[in-house]
Ligand binder design. Structure first.
Ligand code: KIV
Ligand code: NA
Length: 263
């Protein structure tokens, strides 16, 4: 297939085709997922938990993400490759740009940043300089100590309004995609309907433009606590390729996420 691009993702959204995304941390899994036609690969700072054995993403460095981005880039051919900007890597527009350059030079085609209105200037700074930006709202794990735990966000009227105004501000600043994590499904739909850019949900309901899961969660190999939005796609499969295909199929035919995966 042809390489997945940002305009192609917009066209998928317009056509009503759901976007399937997975996290990935190495070349072998990247090659497998790419051959299954996953649309987006994310080198997430979830590598703190699933690769490094930490309890939060805070210890992950730009060098860690750049290393895994290089590994994934060498295995991938056509999926759009996104790298997470880790905690502390985007406190100012200039530091964000300098760190984004490192990740793009390692092979990333887009970077993801967690945060709302405070990031507007940074998103504009990056997108003006040729760095496609994926904004991330709702449960933003890098703020775990401010949030007081890994909790569902946007449940109050005030929280929902703030999330919606953040989403509009980030889109206006030039974000190409918006990730929504652990919010009520009704809010996931409202935000998606409100925006022109595609939304990718994880615990944000079935009405987002696409879905993402952490690879180790969807293969059932993560030993830690399992979030409500996780489904083990190895169930009923005899190979990892079968599980990845089952995940992509379930996203496309909208059988995932089911009500039991939503808030
Ligand atoms: O780090 C990560 O894997 C993520 C996804 C859960 C979206 O940010
Ligand atoms: Na992340």
């Amino acid at each position: 297939r042809k390489a997945v691009t940002v305009p192609y993702l917009l066209a998928m959204r317009s056509a009503g085709e759901k976007i399937a995304m997975l996290t990935c941390y190495d070349a072998s899994f990247a090659a497998l997922m790419d051959r299954c036609d996953v649309d987006l690969l994310l080198v997430g700072d979830s590598l703190a938990n699933v690769v490094q054995g930490h309890g939060t993403p805070l210890p992950v460095t730009v060098a860690d993400i750049a290393y895994h981005t290089g590994c994934v880039a060498r295995g991938n051919q056509t999926a759009l490759l996104v790298a997470d900007m880790p905690f502390g890597a985007y406190a100012t527009p200039q530091s964000a740009f300098d760190n984004a350059v490192k990740l793009m030079q390692a092979g990333a085609q887009m970077v993801k940043l967690e945060g709302g209105a405070w990031l507007v200037e940074t998103v504009k700074f990056l997108s003006d300089r040729g760095v496609p930006v994926f904004a991330h709202l709702g449960l933003t794990p890098q703020s775990v100590h401010q949030l007081g735990g890994f909790k569902v966000q946007g449940k109050t009227a005030e929280g929902a309004e703030r999330l919606k105004s953040d989403a509009l501000a980030l889109q206006a600043a030039g974000a190409s995609l918006l990730l929504l994590e652990a919010i009520p499904a009704t809010l996931g739909k409202e935000v998606t309907d409100m925006l022109a850019i595609p939304t990718i949900g994880i615990g944000a309901g079935p009405d987002c433009s696409g879905q993402v899961l952490v690879m180790h969660d969807m293969l059932g190999v993560y030993p830690g606590k399992k979030a409500r939005f996780v489904r083990n796609f190895m169930d009923g499969q005899t190979s990892i390729k079968g599980a990845v295909r089952a995940y992509i199929r379930a996203v496309k035919d909208q059988s995932f996420p089911a009500p039991e995966h939503c808030y």
